[in-house]
Design a protein around this ligand. Structure first.
Ligand SMILES: NC(=O)c1ccc[n+]([C@@H]2O[C@H](COP(=O)([O-])OP(=O)(O)OC[C@H]3O[C@@H](n4cnc5c(N)ncnc54)[C@H](OP(=O)(O)O)[C@@H]3O)[C@@H](O)[C@H]2O)c1
Length: 222
């Protein structure tokens, strides 16, 4: 039985669900709040969650939840601007700040921030998503430096197009075009991303920190 406790956001479905399943199978204790327990779009909800859980012995934080509603720059709604920045970037910063103290005290910890291939490259209509995913890579690097003396390893993971609701809500023709654009010719499965994260948070990872690790079937290599 693995005694470590993992806090993860967005564990209800998609990539987060695959990570939660992998964690449970590996024997981790998992804190995976529902949106009712922790609504990342509301700072009051984040504050109240931290207040309740700040003394929990959290060893690993996985900031997985994220949203992407592509819009051209002049069509952007206030709601999309605010919620994308809030959920993808602001919330992870606040959660790490509020929940990192046990890791610092015990001088062991792992933090994973879910980025994206669009944290490495860019595309039209992805201004908000790219801003947050490039941002999370910057936050990961700065945090890795700040927390290195506490033996806390901080990395971001950058998947290409994954077979989840975020991609599957596109028309079938668009998905076919996306697959054509990927050198390996297919979407990545959520469990393939989970396997990578299980390695990064384990004791087997002793030296990778501050890295942006790409798992995209070659998409960003073109
Ligand atoms: N899918 C891809 O192709 C892809 C590629 C690269 C990176 N990523 C990144 O990987 C992560 C997971 O993506 P996914 O495709 O698995 O997403 P998904 O299937 O759309 O699931 C999103 C998750 O985030 C949660 N969430 C959204 N808004 C929330 C809020 N306000 N408060 C609390 N939880 C909220 C959802 O909870 P509910 O069930 O309550 O809605 C759900 O668990 C994201 O950061 C995404 O940017 C995805």
């Amino acid at each position: 039985m693995n005694k470590r406790t993992v806090f993860i956001t967005g564990g209800s479905r998609g990539i987060g669900k695959a990570i939660v399943d992998g964690l449970k199978k590996a024997g981790y204790k998992v804190l995976s709040p529902t949106r009712q327990e922790l609504d990342l779009s509301k700072n009051e909800s984040i504050k109240s969650y931290i207040q309740t859980h700040k003394n929990d012995k959290i060893d690993i934080i996985i900031n997985n939840a994220g949203i992407n509603y592509p819009q051209w720059i002049q069509e952007m709604t206030d709601e999309n601007i605010e919620s994308t920045l809030q959920i993808n970037l602001d919330a992870p910063i606040r959660l790490i700040s509020g929940l990192v103290s046990h890791m610092k005290k015990q001088k062991w910890g792992r933090i994973i921030n879910m980025s994206s291939a669009f944290g490495i490259v860019a595309r039209g209509k992805q201004v908000l998503y790219c801003a947050t995913k490039h941002g999370i890579n910057g936050l990961t690097k700065a945090l890795a430096l700040e927390l290195a003396e506490y033996n806390i390893l901080v990395n971001s993971v950058c998947p290409g197009f994954a077979e989840t609701e975020m991609v599957l809500r596109n028309p079938k023709e668009k998905i076919k075009m996306i697959e054509k654009d990927i050198p390996l010719g297919r979407l990545v499965q959520p469990n393939e991303i989970a396997e990578l994260i299980l390695f990064l948070i384990s004791n087997k990872n002793t030296y990778i920190t501050g890295s942006t690790i790409v798992i995209d079937g070659g998409f960003t290599s073109k």
